[in-house]
Design a binder for this molecule. Structure first.
Ligand code: HEM
Length: 532
């Protein structure tokens, strides 16, 4: 504290720990509001109290419309410089991947999807896996999930899907019947339903789950040539999933278990790591395949499109403050750098509008000036104003009067294009049509057959439990999809539902009827799973 400050403080003793208001006024009494005598009433000029309470009244911002519950961590990405046996530059000029050993800071947020902030982390739900790379060319966000596919393949259906999965608008209770009503009538969801109702729908924690970009992106090289690419994260910790009983047991003891697991591991120096792998296809429609490479309800078979490692990610620092770093973090699929591009995947295009749109509402027009969202490099724009603008984005030496471009008077100038621009040719009639090659059940059958026996048993018991509460017409449609996918899958689902009709039903959304048989949370819980 300076001598001048000490002199100013002659009416109160102020040191480095002294509580102040946001205006810098030292707070000498934080216990009592100002009143006429000690029995009140209070007076309106209580500036310090009114500031304190009115800021508190505004402490929350709207939670994310989906993925509201999450946990975050800082770390770095380290590039291998290669993709399989090739230098990565053969496929992409993105600087983040170029040199072996090059490190780029990252911030990651894991999440559940359907329920609100502070909902249990044991729910049957996809898990979000969003990574912000602070690259030398500006930010790149890879906004993925733990599973590699999705429920729908057209962005038009997203709000309906989320409404059906969320609690009923009247009772505010999540209802399997609404979930299956949507899924039975959206058969493209059947592959995802097969994953979600298996133990893959409840990862044991965030550290022991895979990640995937899900949608198809492009890589562009120096010559302006593109390939289609899918991204996958493989945890070095192994993969672990929970049975419904294990999840119910954990939920009874600690509904924050995944956040706590991540935080504790990092605090203890047990830093989680993932390898980043890609699958690559040439940039065309691939008529030889029985699925469209732009269909996000489909896996790209690993034997035809091998997983090629390109780097690894280590998370080694917990956030210092949950709100400023995790809650205000804003990821979006439009946030790409040179050498990375969009594909024509319709879901991806719909998503790309939605993220920054919601963030302008959720965090504010200047959400990119919040430190967690800022690029860690020079930023110079001609943007002005907006609520809570913190900074003037001008370049040093820029004429401050010139906030437009082009100009001869010292304003900002366009960057020079170095690599050849990628200019895909697009042609066709404007239509509202689904893509071709949309077999909805073949891959679901393949996935079912690849499950271990315990995974199949879990899938069927969970499906039967939740479907048994549904309208008969919905049950019949779901059974028909399972029969189309695989004979055993369909038969066991039908038989199970018939038996449930005889022996009563379970309304428990986790399908957990026998929780006391589950292992204790304190033990090493969960089942190892082979990578998919
Ligand atoms: C058309 C389909 C989709 C739409 C319209 C959509 C929209 C949204 C919106 C509005 C948010 C909230 C963002 C925020 O408040 O910051 C969000 C979050 C998220 N979405 Fe999507 N989404 C879609 C599909 C997907 C898919 C397929 C994935 C997986 C690849 C995904 C992964 C995520 C993740 C991980 C988050 C949380 C990001 C974070 O941690 O802040 N979404 N989505």
């Amino acid at each position: 504290m300076s001598d001048q400050e000490k002199k100013n403080n002659q009416n109160h003793l102020e040191n480095d720990k002294t509580l102040t208001t946001r205006q810098g006024h030292p707070v000498t009494n934080n216990q009592n509001i100002r009143t006429v005598s000690n029995r009140g009433p209070a007076t309106l000029e209580n500036y310090d109290f009114i500031e304190k309470i009115s800021h508190f009244d505004r402490e929350k911002v709207p939670e994310r419309i989906v993925h509201a519950r999450g946990a975050g961590a800082h770390g770095y990405f380290e590039s291998y410089g290669t993709v399989g046996n090739d230098p990565v530059s053969k496929y992409t000029r993105a600087k983040v991947f170029q040199d072996k050993g090059k490190q780029t800071p990252v911030f990651v947020r894991f999440s559940t999807v359907v329920h609100g902030n502070h909902s249990p982390e044991t729910v049957r739900d996809p898990r979000g896996f969003a990574v912000k790379f602070y690259t030398e060319d500006g930010n790149w966000d890879l906004v993925g999930n733990n599973l590699k596919i999705f429920f729908i393949r057209d962005a038009m259906k997203f709000p309906d899907m989320i409404h059906a999965f969320r609690p009923d608008p009247v009772t505010n209770i999540q209802d399997s019947e609404r979930f299956f009503d949507f899924c039975a009538n959206s058969p493209e969801s059947f592959h995802m339903v097969t994953f979600i109702y298996s133990p893959w729908g409840i990862p044991a924690n965030y550290r022991m789950m895979q990640g995937s970009g899900v949608n198809t992106y492009k890589w562009v090289n120096q010559a302006g040539e593109a390939v289609l690419v899918k991204y996958h994260w493989e945890p070095k910790q192994g993969i672990k999933n929970l049975t419904a009983k294990e999840a119910a047991e954990i939920q009874g003891e600690n509904f924050n278990h995944a956040t706590q697991d991540l935080y504790d591991a990092i605090e203890n120096g047990d830093y989680p790591e993932w390898e980043l792998l890609v699958q690559i296809m040439s940039d065309d429609a691939h008529p030889e395949l029985d699925f469209d490479p732009l269909d996000d309800t489909k896996l790209w078979p690993e034997d035809k499109f091998p997983w090629l490692p390109v780097g690894k990610m280590v998370l080694n620092k917990n956030p210092e403050n949950y709100f400023t770093e995790v809650e205000q973090a804003a990821f979006g699929t439009g946030v790409l750098v040179d050498g990375l591009d969009f594909s024509d995947d319709k879901m991806l295009q719909g998503r790309t509008f939605s993220y920054s749109d919601t963030q302008r509402y959720r965090v504010g027009a200047n959400y990119l000036q919040v430190p967690i969202n800022e690029a860690k490099k020079r930023v110079a724009t001609n943007q002005e104003g907006g609520q809570l603008r913190q900074k003037n984005d001008k370049a040093p030496g820029q004429n401050p009067h010139i906030n437009y471009e082009p100009s001869l008077l010292g304003g900002l100038e366009e960057a020079e294009q170095i690599g050849k621009e990628y200019t895909p040719h697009v042609e066709g009639n404007l239509v509202r049509e689904s893509i071709d090659r949309n077999d909805n059940t073949k891959q679901a059958g393949e996935t079912f057959r690849q499950f271990d026996d315990w995974e199949k048993d879990e899938l069927l018991s969970n499906l039967i439990g939740d479907l048994s509460t549904c309208d008969k017409r919905i049950q019949e449609k779901m059974i028909a999809l399972a029969e189309e996918a695989d004979e055993e899958y369909g038969r066991r689902l039908r038989e199970g539902l018939e038996q449930m009709k005889k022996h009563g039903t379970s309304k428990n959304p986790l399908g957990a009827t026998d929780a006391e048989q589950a292992p204790k949370y304190a033990e090493d819980i969960g089942h190892d799973a082979d990578p998919y």
